[in-house]
Design a protein around this ligand. Structure first.
Ligand code: SER
Length: 889
């Protein structure tokens, strides 16, 4: 049974039983306590907590998940994957254990020919929480499972929570017995390899506060209702139903694995180490593809780092298999997109962007490997010189930390050089860094994020704050909550820094690239709060941040909220301009120019999008020109709500990876641009006045950033440029249109003059060569010349001079020493003739003698060598030292 069919059957079974099929949410968790969605229930959390009303009491989904804590296990075990899909059925206060258990049993045991998964009843075992007699009774009495196949376990195994504050409850897990070949008799409590967990039924009933570990947490109360959350790993189920031993051999992953084997000329099953690499590649390429498709970009922190690590591990494993060349990731991504495209059609739609991002990351990592290799070689040379047999831990750490060089690569390359690596030192430094990061994260988190406080605020605001700012710029509201330093307070006096929640507000919270509104909130009793930031830390919640500038604000007050209209207007101009520029780039560069972020600030905006290389200046000019031409036509800017399907069919641009509800808001600028957007805009395009694109740059692999000005700021910029040009024209005594030619003429004359000067200086230096050769002294049969060139003579000239003098003395043994101070450090060059070298006088060694006197080092060949130091006053001493060495030969 194909993976897609497993999902279809699961969803279909529950749909027939009154469940609404909910599409998978984006991997980017809306929940601020999570980086990535890591369980099927994550999008349902607000329903369990009673924060939001579910679209239906019964729901079912197949949810994309990413989990990386066990990344090192991927490929080594049969079941670890960084990307997986969770099938689940959910009940919000509808059925509980008595419904969930028989449903699960029916779907698992119903024959395949009849839409089920066809498991033989006697191969199924279950576990229940140790005191959950109710669940045990349902399994026994209602389902008919014999007592000996119902096992009881404690908190560690049969209680489920998210690892963070939120819902939790006891669970009952269903296991499939793979048979005696796979391990010992005795059920899951004895052997979890033989007995594979296939389905987890969680009876969500408690609200948890602090969670310290799997088994150590605080229960703060009951959830508003008793709920069901179940999770079945699609990949594991597919493995069982496809009769393969591990998830990497199931249909979708196998396609990537097989292609990876083909591209690297390896054969799966022939070598254990190679098999692990192939499995890692299969899993990671698929994960990376899914993450990029949801809008995540490789980076150095958070989700971006998770993605970068996954992609780099794939590339690294390809290299271990001998796949060195660029383009392998492209080929594998193509397979992953095709394999997953049936379930996730957006992969096919956004394939060009996915490729751009992954190809760019491959490029940059291959470049890293090249640079890292050079650093590695230096480290090896140093270790050898110092007579060490191992590379020091700090070198391995530096390679890892600065050059992204994986430790296993360092180990392998060191082994090739017959060296070991101080792994212990490396690991110690890694641990120190990890501890530092953890401390930082903890500080950041405790500093500004307490989810339970936010939940309370949302409740006091009536479940969701109403945003009135599309139509209003001011209005009355109720002060629903006040925070000082993250804690709820009933009132706040003059001078206090506060966070304020109203039940309705015209203030726009920063989001979708649009910066927050500023303004004031006034209470009837005279209290005034100056607002300078607005955020939405939780869906539905709008938090105003600011200072009480007079009076005392109290929870429950009726207040009047008013935004800074000028700022809002300028930001709205930027936002509309961003939409137009986005449309312009897509027209010019094609579909793959997908927006990857933006910032709309007053008068200024920036816009990031995916592109494989720099955007040519001519394209920037054309887009700017087109947008300006269109905007003066004063198009209507209109916003309306519609269904996501309708919006798509109208060609509205949805932001890559953004999560949208069923109903979406579309903003259109005449016929020129149509985009899904929650931001604020101008009413007519003519209000933008003018846009000016400032330039374009790279902000990371495959992502470009365009910055631009709009309205009066664009005009002022152009006005300033015009003044600048006028000044230049006056100084150069040329008309404006003649300036480029005039400047290039001046620059090229300057360059010629510099070259001429250089030539004259060289000639002057070399002019002394003949007299130096003539004045050579005889040191025991060796002609010796020691010369100090005037300060400022370049190192090149010093070398030329030494070689020139040597040429004039080449008949016999001769040593020429030329010293000078090109900038502020002394340099010495020594040239020897063949005769001198035959007598054992080698330039490299002699330079060592000179450099020592100068307080530095140097080296080179036997015939010509250069060295330097730090003390120009020691030049005479250095020349004498060389003379003594030659004299003593
Ligand atoms: N939340 C449970 C799990 O992730 C069941 O969906 O295993």
């Amino acid at each position: 049974m194909e993976s897609a069919e497993v999902a279809r059957r699961f969803l279909g079974f529950f749909e027939e039983r009154g469940h609404t099929v909910v599409p998978s949410a984006s991997l980017i968790a809306e929940d601020p306590t999570l980086l990535l969605v890591n369980a099927g229930m994550v999008p349902f959390k607000p329903y369990f907590l009673g924060q939001r009303t579910p679209p239906a009491p019964r729901m079912t989904s197949a949810q994309k998940c990413v989990r990386t804590p066990d990344i090192d296990e991927v490929g080594k075990t049969t079941r670890h994957a960084t990307f997986f899909q969770m099938l689940g059925n959910f009940s919000i206060g509808d059925y509980f254990k008595e419904g969930a258990i028989p449903f699960a049993w029916e779907l698992l045991t119903r024959p395949r020919s009849d839409g089920g998964f066809g498991f033989p009843e006697d191969r199924l075992w279950v576990t229940v929480f140790h005191d959950d007699d109710e669940a045990a009774a349902i399994w026994h009495d209602k389902v008919g499972l014999p007592q000996e196949r119902i096992q009881r376990r404690g908190l560690a195994d049969n209680y489920w929570h998210m690892g963070v504050p939120g819902p939790g409850g006891p669970c009952s897990e269903i296991y499939y017995d793979r048979g005696p070949d796979y391990g010992r008799e005795g059920g899951p409590v004895v052997d979890e390899d033989r007995y594979l967990e296939v389905w987890n039924l969680v009876f969500m009933q408690s609200q948890l506060g602090e969670v310290r570990s799997k088994t150590d947490f605080d229960t703060v109360g009951d959830l508003p209702a008793k709920n069901i959350d179940t999770g079945m790993g699609l990949e594991r189920m597919a493995a069982i139903l496809q009769g393969v031993d591990n998830i990497y051999e199931t249909d979708t992953l196998w396609k990537v694995l097989d292609r990876a084997a083909e591209l690297t000329g390896s054969r799966y099953g022939a070598d254990q180490r190679a098999d692990v690499s192939l499995r890692v590649i299969a899993d990671h390429v698929r994960s990376g593809t899914m993450m990029v498709a949801d809008g995540i970009r490789p980076g150095n922190e958070g989700r971006g780092y998770v993605l970068r690590r996954i992609l780099r591990r794939s590339i690294r494993n390809l290299r271990l298999l001998g796949g060195q060349e660029a383009g392998l990731m492209h080929a594998l991504t193509e397979v992953a997109i095709a394999a997953m495209g049936e379930q996730y059609p957006e992969l096919i739609r956004t394939a060009p962007t996915i490729h751009t991002v992954i190809d760019a990351e491959e490029d940059s990592f291959l470049q890293t490997l090249r640079t890292g290799t050079a650093i590695f070689d230096t480290a090896v040379a140093e270790a050898r010189r110092a007579g060490r047999t191992a590379l020091p831990g700090d070198q391995a750490f530096k390679l890892h930390d600065t050059y992204g060089f994986p430790i296993d690569l360092t180990l392998e390359m060191a082994a090739e050089q017959g060296l070991q690596v101080d792994e212990e030192g490396f690991r110690r430094l890694m641990q120190e860094q990890r501890d530092r990061a953890k401390r930082d994260a903890r500080e950041k988190k405790s500093g500004n994020l307490d989810v339970s406080v936010l939940d309370d605020l949302l409740t006091s605001a009536g479940g969701a704050v109403e945003f009135t700012g599309y139509g209003e710029v001011s209005g009355e509201a109720r002060l629903a909550g006040l925070l000082i330093n993250g804690a709820n307070v009933p009132a706040a006096g003059e001078g206090a820094q506060v966070e304020v929640v109203l039940d309705r507000t015209p203030f726009y919270a920063e989001g979708g690239g649009q910066l927050a509104d500023h303004g004031v909130i006034r209470a009837g009793n005279g209290a005034v709060i100056q607002v300078d930031d607005v955020q939405s830390p939780l869906a539905g919640l709008i938090v105003h941040r600011g200072r009480v500038v007079s009076g005392e604000a109290q929870v429950g007050d009726t207040v009047y909220a008013e935004i800074d209209l000028e700022r809002r207007r300028a930001i709205s101009r930027s936002h509309t301009a961003t939409h137009m520029v986005h449309a312009g780039f897509r027209r010019a560069l094609g579909e793959s120019a997908a927006q990857a972020g933006s910032e709309n600030s007053p008068g200024r905006f920036r816009f990031d999008f995916t592109a494989s290389g720099p955007v040519p200046p001519s394209v920037l000019r054309d887009v700017e020109d087109e947008v300006n031409e269109v905007l003066v036509n004063d198009l209507d800017v209109r916003a309306f709500h519609t269904s996501i399907e309708q919006a798509r069919s109208m060609g509205a641009l949805a932001l890559f990876g953004e999560k949208y509800g069923d109903e979406v808001r579309v903003v259109e600028v005449g016929d020129y641009s149509r985009e899904l957007c929650g931001g604020t805009h101008v009413a007519r395009s003519g209000q933008l006045g003018l846009i000016k694109v400032l330039g374009e740059s790279s902000i990371g692999a495959g992502v470009r950033r365009v910055e631009a000005l709009v309205g009066i700021d664009a005009f002022r910029f152009l006005a300033r440029e015009s003044v600048l040009v006028a000044q230049l024209s006056e100084q150069l005594k040329a008309r404006k249109e003649e300036l480029p030619e005039r400047i290039s003429g001046v620059v090229s004359r300057l360059r010629d003059a510099e070259r001429e000067l250089e030539r004259l200086r060289s000639r002057e230096v070399l002019a002394v060569a003949a007299s130096l050769a003539g004045g050579a002294r005889d040191l025991g049969g060796v002609a010796f010349v020691a010369h100090r060139a005037p300060d400022g003579t370049g190192a090149d000239d010093l070398r030329k001079l030494a070689v020139d003098v040597r040429g004039r003395l080449s008949a016999g043994p001769a040593v020429v020493v030329v010293a000078g101070v090109p900038k502020d450090r002394p340099v010495v060059v020594i040239a020897t003739t063949e005769g001198a070298r035959e007598r054992g006088l080698k330039a490299g060694a002699l330079v060592g003698v000179a450099a020592k006197a100068l307080g530095g080092g140097g080296g080179g060949k036997d015939d010509l060598a250069q060295g330097g130091g730090s003390d120009p006053a020691a030049i005479d001493e250095a020349l004498r030292a060389v003379e003594n060495a030659v004299g003593a030969s």
